[in-house]
Design a protein around this ligand. Structure first.
Ligand code: ADP
Ligand code: TYD
Length: 207
């Protein structure tokens, strides 16, 4: 008998800026594809209009309050889930695995540490059109290590890429994971190791 078309898996990567998310997402994509899976890699902020507004704000081009940013991220995230062309829901329903670079954990950590945490949390977690991931992989790195990687890799920095801010955000990520540990599957991975070691641990976690 034909096997029912299984849904794809929804895998989120989180970590402070420079923690190695893009690097590990690329490797995981290759591994899943080699296993015969179809994979869609995506990221927040998205490539849509709302994502463009967010990038302008993050790059310092337009100034926004933290509440404006938090609300814009929610709008961008809803669009990311439900848009009929390449939305997360559509991909998962077609059996495609979705790997997403950042998701609501980032809103809770970044905006949640700058304004009312409960408001940011509820707006994201209580929204019926924002899906809970199957797993969140947190690449954990100290701000010093991540700043060294950022500085080694590129010239421009975003508004959150300072040592002090990253320390606050990393601590807030821990708070978020403690609060969500019964609700979401969260895996904290030591990202200070070699690219290959980290990749192997992630592959093991997903088996
Ligand atoms: P993110 O997407 O989290 O900002 P990247 O994957 O872009 O992080 O990595 C930031 C920089 O650190 C890049 O220059 C990348 O090549 C490097 N890098 C990534 N993973 C490691 C690692 N495990 N060890 C050393 N350097 C790394
Ligand atoms: P990203 O492009 O992933 O940066 P990096 O590759 O350096 O990790 O993310 C851009 C910035 O957006 C990053 O500084 C974190 C911030 N951000 C939020 O503040 N809230 C959110 O909800 C998301 C998704 C991202």
């Amino acid at each position: 008998m034909a096997v029912m078309n299984n849904r794809g898996r929804f895998i989120v990567f989180e970590g402070i800026d420079g923690a190695g998310k893009s690097t590990q997402i690329d490797l995981l994509k290759q591994k899943l594809q080699a296993d015969g899976r179809r994979v869609y890699c995506t990221a927040e902020p998205t490539e849509s209009v709302s994502g463009g507004l967010l990038r302008d704000a993050l790059g310092g081009v337009s100034k926004r309050t933290t509440c404006e940013l938090a609300a814009m991220f929610v709008l961008d995230r809803i669009f990311h889930n439900v848009n009929p062309v390449h939305g997360i829901e559509k991909m998962l329903a077609e059996g495609i695995d979705v790997i997403c670079d950042r998701y609501y954990y980032s809103s809770l950590a970044y905006q949640g540490s700058d304004t009312d945490f409960t408001w940011v949390r509820d707006m994201n977690l209580n929204c019926p059109e924002i899906r809970t991931p199957d797993v969140c992989i947190f690449l954990d790195l100290t701000p010093e290590q991540s700043m060294a990687r950022i500085e080694g890799g590129r010239v421009t920095k975003e508004i959150y890429e300072t040592d002090e801010k990253l320390t606050r955000v990393r601590n807030q990520f821990y708070r978020v994971f403690e609060e969500l540990k019964e609700r979401d599957r969260i895996e904290i991975v030591d990202a200070s190791r070699s690219i290959e070691e980290i990749h192997q641990e992630i592959v093991g976690l997903l088996q």
